[in-house]
Design a protein around this ligand. Structure first.
Ligand code: TYC
Length: 115
């Protein structure tokens, strides 16, 4: 997203109201970054650890070691951020994980929240 905001200035350094007070409009680009969303993985008592590791490798591009580490964090703490994405990408990741878990009949839960 981007917008040009006007900056109104006087052409002369003097602040009097004589002929040298023409209005000049400059613009500056204002870039607004799109909001980001955290994708969260939640712990449960039934999903096998190896399945969670496979999910993190498959959908979040993690190495096996990285995936194992994050899986253990979720297992111990109950939840972990597994990535930060645009709204559309985060939604896709959540849907992919939820669908994959459902197809394998595991209760694994994945959600997103605005950063
Ligand atoms: N707690 C699960 C077990 O002991 C493992 C697990 C880890 C499940 C992370 C979900 O997001 C999760 N089998």
């Amino acid at each position: 997203m981007s917008a040009h905001v006007p900056i109104i200035t006087m052409s002369g350094a003097n602040d009097d109201d004589d002929a040298d007070s023409a209005v000049v409009t400059k613009t500056r680009a204002r870039t607004k970054r799109p909001p980001l969303y955290k994708v969260l993985l939640l712990n449960d008592d039934y999903t096998p650890m190896e399945f969670v590791v496979a999910v993190l490798e498959r959908f979040f591009g993690m190495s096996h070691a990285q995936a194992f580490e994050i899986m253990l964090t979720v297992h111990k703490k109950g939840v972990a951020v597994v990535g930060v994405f645009s709204h559309e990408i985060a939604e896709t990741k959540v849907a992919q994980v939820m669908d994959f878990a459902r197809r394998h009949q595991h209760p694994l839960q994945c959600t997103m929240e605005k950063e």
